[in-house]
Design a protein around this ligand. Structure first.
Ligand code: FES
Length: 145
């Protein structure tokens, strides 16, 4: 039923875990089955995804697509990552059985949500800079700006 690539990513998933103080977090649930996926992003000043981790409570296809999408976007810019579709993720896995294609939506949707969350956080930081006139773009807890 599953390709070798799916079985590989399911039994040996890459980038499982969480990122403390992530720049963006996205979580989606699959209405059809109740499965949940969460993606954490670390993004550098050049908008490149330096690190990405996931937690998925779901089927083999959901875990394999989660693992694959983290491999596909690591090192890519936010703009490039935003263009990745569930069909591309499934294709990288050598395909998914038709009844399992909906599972691949979890990964693509969670990634998009994490990016949107990052962009929202980033706007808040930029707005703060505009308000204070401060050139620093780091959001430090002890900063007086
Ligand atoms: Fe739930 Fe695949 S059956 S994500």
């Amino acid at each position: 039923m599953y390709t070798e690539q799916v079985m590989d990513h399911f039994t040996n998933p890459r980038n499982v875990g969480e990122i403390e103080k992530a720049d963006g977090v996205g979580e989606v649930g699959n209405m059809k089955c109740g499965d949940i996926m969460r993606i954490y992003l670390k993004v550098n000043d050049n908008e490149v995804i330096e690190d990405i981790k996931f937690r998925t409570f779901g089927c083999a296809a959901a875990i394999a697509t989660s693992s694959m999408i983290t491999e596909m976007v690591k090192g890519k810019t936010i703009t490039e990552a935003m263009k990745i579709t569930n069909k591309q993720v499934a294709a990288e896995l050598g395909g998914l059985p038709a009844p399992k294609m909906h599972c691949s939506n979890l990964a693509a949707d969670a990634l998009k949500k994490a990016i949107e969350n990052y962009q929202g956080n980033n706007n808040q930081v930029n707005n703060k800079i505009e308000e204070t006139g401060n050139n620093c773009n780091r959001d430090c807890n002890n900063c007086s700006y």
